[in-house]
Design a protein around this ligand. Structure first.
Ligand code: UTP
Length: 291
């Protein structure tokens, strides 16, 4: 078994109901954050973290993602004819980004089921999972930080963030204890999916980045549908915990839930303000608003 994390799975087979009506036809992963589809941020993060092969789990109506990462002959030829060399480089750059495979999830049976769809392409090696609607602004990239922890500890790593108050009920929450040598690492002993505030075992909420050992595939195959009738990834990881070490890792950086309207608005403002070409103009515009 290769010990190197070379492959990343992007589950993108969900329905994106929180973003209706925009997602009735357009996949949530293709919604633009400033000028780039949100999934491209995750793909760029994976590549910058040393990932060589990206596996996108798609579903009905998701073909736009495949077209996006492919060559667009008509567009490229038109841009070339018009002498739009910078835009041509942008268009060609997207299709040259990475080696990408697609697996179709026939029915959205849950995140655990989506990950399981990648079993044959991942094989017997550790792999990453990136939820494309969690866009993370971090340097070094969040996944690179996590692979560093995986290499050091040799067990699965789940990205976490500290969530205060009742908002914790929207997440999977870790039980366990902080590592005495590294306050960012959490030695995980259990996890609870979407607990009430009073039942939450900690403030460590799991977000959309994972580095997992391939044993999780076999455990997911044995997992029966849980909350909401879906096969939950957290149930597979809970089973993994009984056999192997699993760590939480509080990454350095900022995460935005771009699959949610408010999260997308926050990300849009913060990413636009950071842009060299837009930041100053946008800041001046915001300052002029009667807030
Ligand atoms: P979410 O619950 O955030 O996505 O799942 P969703 O179901 O698309 O969106 P809402 O909640 O209805 O707005 C987390 C990730 O898992 C993927 C989604 O595409 C998303 O990236 N997913 C979820 C699948 O690939 N397949 C599924 O069956 C469920």
């Amino acid at each position: 078994m290769s010990k190197q994390v070379r492959k990343a799975v992007f589950p993108a087979g969900g329905l994106g109901t929180r973003f209706l009506p925009a997602t009735k036809v357009i996949p949530k992963e293709m919604l633009a954050l400033v000028d780039k589809p949100i999934i491209q941020y995750g793909v760029e993060e994976a590549i910058a973290s040393g990932i060589e092969h990206i596996i996108i789990i798609t579903g009905r109506g998701k073909a736009a993602m495949e077209d996006h990462f492919d060559h667009s002959f008509e567009l490229d030829a038109t841009l070339e004819r018009r002498g739009k060399h910078e835009l041509l480089a942008v268009s060609r750059g997207v299709s040259a980004l990475a080696r990408i495979s697609y697996v179709r999830q026939k029915e959205p049976l849950g995140l655990g089921h989506a990950v399981l769809c990648a079993k044959d392409l991942v094989g017997d090696e550790p792999f990453a999972v990136i939820l494309p609607d969690d866009v993370i602004d971090a340097d070094p990239p969040c996944l690179r930080q996590m692979i560093g922890v995986f290499d050091e500890k040799g067990g699965s790593v789940l990205a976490t963030q500290t969530v205060e108050g009742p908002a914790i009920s929207a997440y999977g929450v870790l039980a366990g204890s902080q590592d005495p040598h590294n306050p960012r690492i959490y030695n995980c002993t259990g996890m609870v999916e979407k607990p009430k505030l009073e039942d939450a075992p900690s403030k460590q909420a799991i977000i959309g980045r994972y580095v997992l050992t391939p044993r999780v595939f076999e455990l997911l195959e044995e997992t029966t549908p849980g909350a909401g009738g879906e096969i939950q990834l957290t149930d597979g990881i809970k089973a993994l915990l009984k056999e192997e070490r699993v760590y939480g890792y509080t990454f350095e950086g900022k995460r935005f839930d771009a699959g949610d309207k408010f999260g997308m608005l926050q990300a849009t403002v913060e990413f636009a303000l950071k842009r060299e070409d837009l930041g100053a103009k946008f800041r001046a515009y915001l300052k002029g608003l009667p807030l």
